[in-house]
Design a protein around this ligand. Structure first.
Ligand SMILES: N[C@@H](CCC(=O)N[C@@H](CS)C(=O)NCC(=O)O)C(=O)O
Length: 207
């Protein structure tokens, strides 16, 4: 049983999709970040970095509750615990880890800045808009090339990488991207949208 402290953003949705794909029991505790709920002492005790998502596995190692933050780490923990969506053999496992790190260190931070400077920033800063829009488009190109000869990012099997990348790509319009420009990504995107687990994960929490 997982307690998921979350809000339905790109990073938050990864976890809601994962628990639905796994078919495990969970309870979502809403943390409305627009109302600064991430800065309370209670939430800071779960994630010292004061960002969603945070998760408590009530039945963690040694049968004790185990608290986690960082969406990529949470996905890896759940994949290992339930033996799904990340292989155990070293080369295959590290194919997942590499692409997960690519999402966590590249796609997430850059797409996030693109959203900020194109939409949220009170002042439109051409340099920042240009810098992050260009990098976001380049990353779409990297992913589109990766999917040229495969259906899924790692080991050509649906994995935690696909669950980590998808919520960020859902905001393609905010990024000035058209799916028609990236046909391999479009095929993958439609395959993701069609998965019942993904649909249930997205429906699990609506702001
Ligand atoms: N690397 C972290 C990033 C988490 C993150 O940036 N969460 C955002 C929502 S997507 C958040 O809580 N923002 C609120 C804030 O920055 O105050 C992860 O993947 O878990």
């Amino acid at each position: 049983m997982y307690d998921i402290y979350n809000w339905p953003t790109s990073n938050g949705r990864k976890i809601n999709i994962m628990v639905e794909e796994l078919g495990v029991e969970y309870k979502i505790h809403p943390i409305p970040i627009g109302k600064d709920a991430q800065f309370t002492p209670e939430f800071t005790a779960l994630n010292p970095n004061q960002k969603i998502p945070a998760v408590v596995d009530r039945d963690g190692p040694g049968g004790k509750p185990y608290t986690m933050f960082e969406s990529g780490a949470i996905l890896m923990y759940m994949a290992e615990k339930h033996g799904k969506f990340m292989p155990t053999e070293t080369a295959a496992r590290y194919e997942v880890v590499q692409w997960l790190m690519f999402q966590m260190g590249g796609v997430g931070p850059n797409f996030g800045q693109t959203h900020h400077f194109r939409r949220a920033a009170p002042e439109k800063v051409p340099y920042a808009i240009d810098r992050f829009t260009k990098e976001t488009r380049r990353l779409w190109g990297v992913m589109n090339d990766r999917l040229a000869d495969r259906d899924w990012f790692a080991n050509n099997e649906f994995s935690i990488v696909d669950m980590a990348v998808f919520p960020w790509t859902m905001r393609y319009e905010w990024q000035g991207i058209s799916l028609d420009e990236f046909p391999n990504m479009k095929r993958w995107y439609e395959a993701m949208e069609a998965r019942p687990g993904v649909q249930r994960g997205l429906a699990a929490q609506v702001p």
